[in-house]
Design a binder for this molecule. Structure first.
Ligand code: 6PG
Length: 224
């Protein structure tokens, strides 16, 4: 795992993700990127929208690592958050995560008309982390943390909205690249603890694992 300290998170996370997306596309013909919600990733999603070349965008399938049980265009929707950054506009495929546990395909972009073979697995995860060490919608002490399969319903999220859907830890770990973003000193406790109850402490992605921290999170982490 590599730790990157960045005055501006998007300026470091963006190029990391662009290189990873291009490498996965070169190897697999397309790249399945799983996005998080929350306030931290918006700047990086906007940076990607501004810098990803069309050729890569056409081969980029975008889905989510978790979603809230609200309509796709609701203010709390992670889908809406990504849409507002412009990142969905040119993506080859956008696959919203819908609470019924069904991953519905919403064909947009240049490749309408072919069948979507999407089992929910992702190649790259863009994650945030909560002060309690949660990632996606997997929370400390919650059953979802040990769920098997693709997705787990979370009816009682300690972070509102309470009803969510999340990819499981195993699916989040089966990625080629994981990029975790943390902004603010308040995340340092979660980043520094080796508490097995904390999802971030248990998270061991198979592929490359990057933390991109702003100065406040990095400085607080160094003091631990
Ligand atoms: C969500 C996220 C969640 C988020 C963290 C960090 O839907 O809320 O997927 O895992 O990434 O809670 O959120 P902030 O970036 O707002 O601190």
């Amino acid at each position: 795992m590599r730790v990157h300290r960045a005055a501006a998170i998007a300026e470091v996370a963006g190029p990391l993700l662009i290189a990873a997306i291009a490498e996965v596309i070169a190897r697999r013909g397309r790249c399945r990127l799983g996005l998080s919600g929350g306030s931290t990733p918006a700047g990086t999603m906007r940076w990607l929208a501004e810098h990803l070349a069309d050729v890569d965008m056409a081969r980029l399938w975008i889905t989510w690592v978790d979603e809230r049980n609200v309509p796709l265009h609701h203010p709390d929707s992670s889908h809406r958050l990504a849409a507002e950054t412009g990142l969905l506009d040119r993506a080859g495929m956008v696959l919203p995560m819908c609470f019924g546990g069904e991953l519905e395909s919403e064909k947009i972009g240049f490749e309408a008309g072919f069948e979507v073979d999407f089992d929910g697995a992702i190649d790259i995860a863009l994650l945030g982390v909560g002060p309690d060490g949660h990632i996606a919608s997997l929370f400390p002490g919650h059953a979802g943390l040990s769920a098997s399969g693709l997705c787990v319903a979370v009816p009682d999220s300690p972070k509102p909205p309470d009803e969510r859907l999340s990819l499981t830890l195993a699916v989040l770990e089966a990625v080629d690249v994981a990029v975790l973003l943390a902004r603010g000193a308040g995340k340092a406790t979660a980043l520094s603890r080796r508490d097995p109850a904390m999802p971030i402490s248990r998270y061991r992605p198979r592929g490359d694992y990057h933390w991109v921290l702003d100065d406040a999170a990095a400085a607080a982490l160094e003091k631990r």
